[in-house]
Design a protein around this ligand. Structure first.
Ligand code: PGA
Length: 256
């Protein structure tokens, strides 16, 4: 099966609304009207989502939220529900390592958010990855074996076919230290196996697995050529249109 590569730009807590409009416009002009290979998704902060949806107009770029809460509505000050972004957002990023490390997220909250996203028609991008201490301690396999099934269990097959998993080793995020191709390939192949054990082999075959962690215009082509990697989750380099567009170009695959 051929999986359409996906490149997602995670803007994190960057860009005011006017700045977001400028950046999204630059990216949309660079992508043009016909670029379905790879699929491109922007994940701006909540405050900029609506403005970015307008700025990208009818370009093929998709939008996603950087996080969502699992309740649909109610007394949850500061939270944003999937129902508030579904319809005009295609994706929700769930379980980014910054959410896990700084905001106490774990497999249980990731799984609740995943099901809430799917209920509202959003496709989840579930981020997983080990810290440097976990890798150095020889626990990478153990960590992924906990985070992947713990985050994704219980999805029905229809929703599971649209799942995206992002392997983001925490030690590579924002550090300029990318995983080697061997490290990235090994972890992503492991993740595909774990998806298969949890949701079945048809799902494992269909799920797109992204690599994230200091992806840039210089290293993207090597990483994107790896057999288990179907795209990139890009942080810092997604804030500069020319860099992000170069990564998108590196992820393109010949149409079969
Ligand atoms: P980075 O971030 O590309 O700046 O390393 C990736 C991410 O956190 O998604």
């Amino acid at each position: 099966m051929s999986r359409t590569p996906l490149v997602a730009g995670n803007w994190k807590m960057n860009k005011t609304v006017p700045e977001s409009i400028v950046l999204a416009g630059e990216i949309a002009r660079g992508i043009g009207a016909s670029a379905h290979n790879p699929e491109v998704v922007l994940l701006p902060p909540f405050t900029s989502l609506w403005a970015v949806s307008t700025a990208i107009g009818d370009s093929p770029i998709g939008l996603g939220a950087q996080d969502i809460y699992w309740e649909r509505a109610g007394a949850f000050t500061g939270e944003v529900s999937p129902a508030m972004v579904s319809g005009w957002c295609r994706y929700a990023l769930i379980g980014h390592s910054e959410r896990r490390a700084l905001f106490g997220e774990n497999e249980e909250s990731v799984n609740r958010k995943l099901h809430a996203a799917v209920r509202e028609g959003l496709r989840p991008i579930v981020a997983v990855g080990e810290t440097l201490a976990e890798r150095d301690g020889g626990h990478m396999i153990e960590v992924l074996s906990r985070q992947v099934p713990g985050g994704i269990y219980g999805l029905d097959e229809h929703a599971a076919l649209e799942l995206v998993v992002a392997y983001e080793p925490v030690w590579a995020i924002g550090t300029g230290r990318t995983a080697t191709p061997e490290q990235a390939e090994k972890a992503c192949a492991l993740i595909r196996g774990l998806v298969g054990e949890t949701l079945g082999s048809a799902v494992a075959e269909a799920v797109r697995i992204l690599y994230g962690g200091s992806v840039n215009a210089g290293n993207a082509a090597t990483l994107m050529a790896l057999p288990s990697i179907d795209g990139a989750l890009v942080g810092g380099a997604s804030l500069v249109a020319t860099d992000f567009l170069a990564i998108v170009a590196a992820a393109a695959r010949p149409v079969a």
